[in-house]
Design a protein around this ligand. Sequence first.
Ligand SMILES: Cc1ncc(COP(=O)(O)O)c(C=O)c1O
Length: 386
Amino acid sequence: MDGKSIIKEDKQYIAGTYSRFPVAFKEGKGCKLYDYDGKEYIDCGSGIAVNIFGVNDEEWKDAVTAQLNSIQHASNLYYTEPQARLAELLCRRTGAGKVFFGNSGAEANECAIKAARKYGEEHGGRKQIITLKNSFHGRTIATLAATGQDAFHRHFGPFPDGFVYADPDLDGIEKCLSGDTCAVMIECIQGESGVNVLGADFVKGVEKLCRERDILLICDEVQTGNGRTGYLYAYMAYGISPDIVTTAKGLGGGLPIGACMMFGRCSGILGPGDHGSTFGGNPVACAGACSIVERIDDKLLEDVRGKGAYFMAGLKEIEGVRSVSGMGLMIGIETERPAAEIAGECLKRGLLVLTAHSKVRLLPPLTISKEQIDFALKILKEVICR
Ligand SMILES: Cc1ncc(COP(=O)(O)O)c(C=O)c1O
C-alpha cells in the first residue's frame, strides 16, 4: 500500500477519535522516520514519549525477539521471568515495595486509584482523591473522572464520584482536604495541559500535608517517567517520597505496558483478587522494558539534562516564542502563532512536533543528537518567526 491508500482506508474504517497528521510512516531508525515516499522526518515526539531510544532500537529488539522465541504469553496465573525481573529492577531503582503491571498509563492509574481507595477504607473509611486542575490521568471512566479538565468530561458521564480538583497551590489543596481524603494525585509536570512544571515548594508542601494526615501521595509519571526529565522519575528531581508512582509510555519502549509502583505504608495494600489484567506484565513487553530501564543510567540522565538545557536555550532565542517550560527533554513552547499551525508546518519541513493545549510540545527520543536538535531549532525558527 502507499501512504495515500493507507490514509484513505484508515479514515473509512477506524473510529474517528484521533486528529491525525496527514502522514503514514513506513520505517525508521533512531530519531529518523520515513514516510511511504521516502521523505525523512526528525522525530521530536517519540510516539508521545514512548520511543525513548528512538525506533528500531537494536537492544530493545534483541530483548523482545529473544522473549518472542520462548514464551509470548502465559497469563498471570503463572510466573514468568521477565515480569519478575522488571519488578525487581523497578523496585531496586525506586525503593518501591511492590509493582502491579497493566498495559497502559490509564490502567496504571486505575490501579493507583484502587490501591488508594483500599488504603483509605482501611484507615478511617476515607475515599476522596484530590487531583489538580488541568491534570490529565487517562481516558478510562475513572481516570477521566480523576482528570481535572471539564473538556474531557463532556458526553461521558455519569462518572464515579470521590474526585475533587484543586488549584495547583497549597491553598487550593487545603480547600479540598477533608476527613474523607485518602490521596492526592499529581503530575510533577503536567504534560497534556502544556508542560506546566509544578513548583518545588508546592510539591514538597503537598508531600508534607499528606504525611501529616496519613494521606497517600500519588505521582503520575506516565509521561514524565523513565528518564524523560533527566531523572529516572520526575519526583526524584523534587526530592520527595511518594506512596504510589504510576508509569507507562517510555517504560515499554514501543510495546504496551503500565506499572503502578507502591511504596512503604501502602506497598502491601493489594491482595489476591483485588486487581488483575489478562495481558498485564506480558513477558514480551516486560523483556523489552527490562532492556529500557537497564539503560537509563546516570550518564544518560546527565545527557538528557544537558540536551534539554541546550534545546531550551535555543528556543528562548527564537523571535515569536513567548515562553519555554519543561525539564530535560520534556519541553513546552508558548508561541505567538497557534501551536497547531506550527506543528503542521514543521511536518511539511520534515520535523515532527506535538502540541499540548495552546503550546508546542517536544518529547524527542532521549538519544537525539546535537545536530538533530540544531535541525529542530532551525525548522522551529523558520516556522515560528513567520
Ligand atoms: C500523565 C498521564 N497520565 C496518564 C496518561 C494515559 O496514558 P495511556 O494513554 O497510556 O492510557 C497519559 C497519556 O498521555 C499521561 O500523559
